[in-house]
Ligand binder design. Structure first.
Ligand code: COA
Length: 466
């Protein structure tokens, strides 16, 4: 296991600067930690308090009787070096520094100082200038973000704090399961590559999502990301893609967003999937976290609307995926129950007359057909069928076919009822989206990952031969 093991599976966590006042960061971090159910020892540290939120408080780290694996620090910047000296003497392994006021505002000297102290004691620093971190398998929510993060397979590393917190909330709203959320801020010590090394081996993590402004050590990132790609997908939202954006990033976390072309080459070499928008990245991550990878490229699209089918075909083609006719065996099966004017090409268009029962039969047939490797299901809301009924038909079909054994993504297009249907599918871990393009893009990302992984494998094999 990587050396970050104790950060994610600590026996005890201290919160230095645990405040007595609700609404203050030190109070909210402690509250999240307690209420999310962390089962190790929790030690609030505040010289002015005896107890906070019913937990005994200590005047300093050194006054804590037990060992401390992780210390969360939420006190003003100028006091941080002193507390780090104490943490070092106490034998703390990881310090998570929430405090702002370091390199991001030009205070490089203070940042160098904390790095020097931590190095001297062999401590690792997460931050500074962060909102904390979450690791759901250990029931840790040491952030001042939303509390009820849903456990699941997505690890999310974010260089932006406020955006990261906002996205934390979005994962809850969208029903996305999270293994970890890590705010990396100024990356004074722990950087993306360190975290990738941990998540690569972490069985709780199925996909890694990184919001990145700049990278500290490009060469190392490429090497570690390539190794991670062999085991699981890594999605990067690279902000600062333009010169103007790069300038904005520099004044944000002090990151050098660097030359865009260099980044893109590095991502290409490491097999990383680059998402342009937050929405795209989350759509892909959802699909990767719930779906198996396809065994081949025989992709079938099932729809009740020609337009949705065409939009899907276009999006796939833009991503280098061309649809072939469906297998004869599937077309023959579906022909039995669809209207005579249905189209049995690919997309299979069951027409606007498609009923819940037709969806059930078609989806089940495609799922059970050994000549089908992956499925996109589209449904445009018509008065013939209720979207929730279609969603439940898809869920039943996948259960009756023995579970989701091949990748399947769904788009339910329509109004409020469509949103309810998407929610229902999401609760059943079937990735569903409100537009056909988003469903197609998620499926395309799956195929792109397989291709990238293959390229990385080849490159690594060639390197070994040199
Ligand atoms: N050890 C332990 N506790 C200490 C302490 C020390 N050395 N020094 C102060 N404290 C206590 C204070 O008494 C206070 O508790 P109280 O509210 O019960 O009195 C608590 O720690 C916090 O200290 P305070 O001086 O009130 O600071 P603050 O809460 O106003 O601000 C930070 C501290 C870290 C939140 C602030 O400096 C900061 O950096 N804010 C920005 C954080 C941020 O945005 N990060 C990036 C997010 S993406």
């Amino acid at each position: 296991m990587s050396e970050l093991r104790d950060l994610f599976n600590p026996r005890s966590i201290a919160v230095v600067g645990a405040s007595r006042t609700p609404g203050k960061i030190g109070y909210e971090v402690l509250r999240n930690l307690i209420e999310y159910g962390y089962e190790g020892a929790i030690y609030p540290v505040n010289p002015k308090a005896n107890e906070i939120l019913g937990v005994k408080c200590y005047p300093s780290l050194l006054a804590i009787p037990g060992e401390v694996d992780v210390a969360i620090i939420s006190i003003p910047a100028k006091f941080v070096p002193e507390v780090l000296e104490e943490a070092g003497k106490k034998g703390v392994k990881h310090v998570v520094i929430i405090t702002s006021g370091f390199k991001e505002i030009g205070n490089v000297e203070l940042e160098n100082k904390i790095v020097e102290i931590a190095k001297r004691y062999g401590m690792r620093i997460l931050g500074p200038n962060i909102f904390g971190y979450v690791y759901t398998p250990a029931k840790i929510n040491a952030t001042f973000g939303p509390r009820d993060v849903i456990p699941g397979g997505i690890a999310f590393i974010t260089q932006s704090g406020a955006l990261g917190i906002a996205l934390m909330g979005m994962t809850i709203l969208k029903g996305m399961g999270i293994s970890a959320i890590v705010s990396v801020g100024n990356k004074a010590d722990i950087e993306d590559a360190d975290l990738l090394e941990f998540f690569e081996k972490d069985d709780n993590t199925k996909v890694v999502l990184i919001y990145m402004e700049g990278v500290v050590n490009g060469r190392r990132f490429v090497k570690v990301a390539a190794k991670t790609t062999l085991r699981k997908p890594v999605i990067v939202i690279k902000s600062g893609r333009t010169e103007a954006g790069a300038k904005a990033a520099a004044s944000h976390t002090g990151a050098l967003a660097g030359n865009v072309a260099i980044y893109m080459t590095a991502f290409q070499q490491s097999g990383v999937l680059v998402a342009k928008t937050v929405e795209e990245a989350f759509d892909w991550a959802k699909a990767f976290s719930w779906l198996p990878l396809p065994k081949g490229d025989r992709l079938v699209v099932i729809t009740n609307g020609g337009g949705a089918g065409v939009q899907t075909t276009d999006t796939l083609a833009e991503n280098g995926i061309l649809l072939n006719p469906p297998p004869e065996s599937l077309a023959n099966e579906i022909r039995k129950f669809v209207p005579p004017f249905a189209s049995l090409a690919n997309p299979i268009d069951m027409t606007g007359m498609a009923t819940e029962d037709m969806y059930y039969k078609a989806v089940r047939a495609a799922m059970e057909n050994p000549e089908v490797d992956s499925i996109i299901i589209l449904y445009c809301h018509t008065v013939i069928t209720d979207p929730v009924g279609v969603a439940s038909a898809i869920i039943r079909a996948s259960k009756d076919a023995g579970g989701v054994t091949k990748p399947v993504v769904v788009s339910i297009i329509g109004g409020r009822e469509a949103a309810d249907a998407i929610k229902m599918l999401t609760q059943n871990k079937i990735p569903a989206y409100p537009t056909p393009e988003r469903a197609a893009s998620a499926m395309a990302a799956i195929y792109k990952y397989i291709k990238l992984r293959e390229q990385v494998k080849l490159r690594l094999q060639q390197l070994e031969k040199l």
